[in-house]
Design a protein around this ligand. Sequence first.
Ligand SMILES: Nc1ncnc2c1ncn2[C@@H]1O[C@H](COP(=O)(O)OP(=O)(O)OP(=O)(O)O)[C@@H](O)[C@H]1O
Length: 280
Amino acid sequence: MTNPNINLKTVKDFIPDEAPERFIYKMNPDKHEIALSTHDLKVFYGDNEALSEGDLDFERFKITSLIGASGSGKSTFLRSLNRMNDGVATVKGNIMYRDLDINSSKIDVYEMRRHIGMVFQRPNPFAKSIYKNITFALTQRGNYTKDELDEIVETSLKQAALWDQVKDNLNKSALALSGGQAQRLVIARALALKPDILLLDEPSSALDPVSSAQVEDTLLELKEKYTIVIVTHNMQQAARISDYTAFFHLGKVIEYDLTRKIFTRPKVALTNDYISGNFG
Ligand SMILES: Nc1ncnc2c1ncn2[C@@H]1O[C@H](COP(=O)(O)OP(=O)(O)OP(=O)(O)O)[C@@H](O)[C@H]1O
């Protein structure tokens, strides 16, 4: 586990009077490989500005957690990162990925989503076999031989830590899987497209504790090869698995820092209040 020494109960109210109202960790590109960054991101649902001033850098091969109370803008931010808000909200600002602004109207959104995949809160396998769940998107947009597809299915399921449980039943319906297995299948489905970045919106909140722990373990293994951004309501989960944490409040990122700093010595009083359980 990434941060085994963090104990939320030890966080004390020590914020000095001169503490900043916001703190956003800025990465030095010479020291950190930045996989994705947002600049002056603002999201509007109609006239309602749901998110403003989202300027964050995401480091490659790290897990970043987005935390904050319900309605603080975490999902709005996450969904903007691979244009899931298109047609739902107006997203202004830049989202830089490999020197491209993927918030530009010139971007091929479907192609971009091969690089930046999304996993949702409730496992949503298709009503198809386990095998076809993994291969469906690939066969819609490309030509693959049976051997190539077999190889992708095996690799993706192994990466999602599901292969051993399903390898003899690949033609069975994915709807028969348990919640935790279904969520790992959905992760495998996203991995089959060979993304760089995986976005997950509360991927284990609908799961029992054992399945949730399995998904956490899977994410920790995946970060060797993928950059992961995860929305979670579970602060213990954020503390356990993430390298960086961003705290959202009323549509703003209030504090963004290394997870161990956020959970042991936050710089902003509001963050301290939130992680101490004073609201949210
Ligand atoms: N499709 C939508 N249409 C209109 N307003 C929306 C829509 N989705 C979210 N909002 C509003 O945007 C704000 C931020 O919501 P968002 O879902 O991003 O918060 P959140 O922090 O992810 O909350 P939760 O933890 O409950 O999922 C809220 O005021 C919410 O009501």
